[in-house]
Write a protein that binds this ligand. Sequence first.
Ligand SMILES: Cc1ncc(COP(=O)(O)O)c(C=O)c1O
Length: 521
Amino acid sequence: MDQNQNNNIDKELLERFESEIWNKVPHLENNQEGGKIVNATPLVDITADFKECAKKIYNLDISDSELQVYGKLDSTLLTGSIKVRPAANIIHEAISTGKIKSGQTVIEATSGNFGIALGMLSKLGLQVVTIVSRKLQEGVFHELRNMGIKIMDLEMDICPAPGMEGKKDELVAKATAANVRSQLTQLGFDPSIFDNSITEIEALLGKQDIINLAKLLSKKYNCFCPEQYDNDLNVNAHRTITGAEIDQQLQEDGNSLDEFNILCTFGTGGTSGGLSRYISEKYNKKGVHVIFPPGGQDVAGIRTHNNADGLKYYQPEKYAGEYEVDFEKAKPLLKFFVEKGHDIGESSALELYATLQLVGANKGNKFVVMICDGIEKYRKNLEKIGKIQPPGQVSQEEVASNSSDYDKVIWIHTQYTPQEGGIELLAKSLGIDKSKIVIPNARTAQQLLSGQGIPDEINNSIQESNGKSLMVCMAGRTSLMAANVLAEKGIVTDSLIGGITELPEARNSQLSELVKQASQF
Ligand SMILES: Cc1ncc(COP(=O)(O)O)c(C=O)c1O
């Protein structure tokens, strides 16, 4: 390190970071790769409970099998999730090289856990701003706020996913840009800097590219962006620490990682990428199985396969396998494990259910399952398991081939309403008569989504229906939220996957020919 760089370092911040955070998270002693790891999280043998769950919940008798299932309990980490590992490594490097100093702001796009992990910085007096989409569970927002994080909620029906060119939607981009501007201004950022970059910002929002929006805002406002989706320290933290840690612990138990399969899910690809590399470098094989929920299912903190594809650290050639697993089927397992006293979150339940499927398919009998976070922030959803029949999620093909089952199609969106062309296209694509399409105004939609009651117009349409009711929106998110609100009130509807924008006929049209900004407030 040269003298200039040395002078540039906020030594007091570094000292506080090391004593209050770094010394409490897993890391390599003396920063030596291959050296001893301190503060390892527990690796716990959960085979007995796993077998009991298989029998009690799924009626599968695997009691005789030579099965070994370990849970790697990263839910015990500081800030409650695996994401503190990459966050601590990225921040440690940034403070050590003078990229972060006291008084600076950190901005990042996050689906929750990375943002919550950054909360350790707000404890040290730095301002942290996270950019999130509104589909996060209330418990996650609650934890972010508790950690002193400033939240910029884009209120778009999207999750952070880059590169969705072709669906560029100027209307959505403009509305969201105005929303971002107002939230930034409220947080004390100078709006004129935002206005000078409006073209770039709208282009990113048009592509729903929130990852690069965080980078751009960080550059323009002279903040620090950890860039978890593109920062090799993310993958490296798992390669040099998490992987080596599991290896050491298995050896201490008289096992070898060489014989184990690791199961994990995918958020940024840091865990799957780092563990894959560790195993491939040390044992010259692929050892990591990556589990995704199917398209349209929302499992906290992780991505569907579609939303992973295109990210820098999505590298399927490095994985031992990739699987789509139905979260609805994994929910009873989540309930079982939590009731047994295991602090596991939604993504862990998906992996454990996938493990059961691998066992059933004779694809191994030694597993390490990454328990990436705990249940606390998902309690509200946990309470609903088994009580509420979830809405059906149906594709255009499914609706079109069973169109006589549907008697009402209900448009639901708070910002857009279909034009005549959009209504005709919906009717044609779904094979349903135009007269069955109901279009409540934006305020009615908002009222339903707020969960405070079912507005009369929507209630009457559903009650009048002689068949099923199908909720439809722009991209499939708002309609699913609405169908979930209705399900909680005991009304089962279906939601159209992908919304109006994914209908095959819509691909040849400009979005502005199909929908317009809603004005009826
Ligand atoms: C609950 C949960 N599980 C798993 C992951 C996957 O982690 P990664 O970003 O390393 O792919 C995340 C990431 O945010 C997460 O929040």
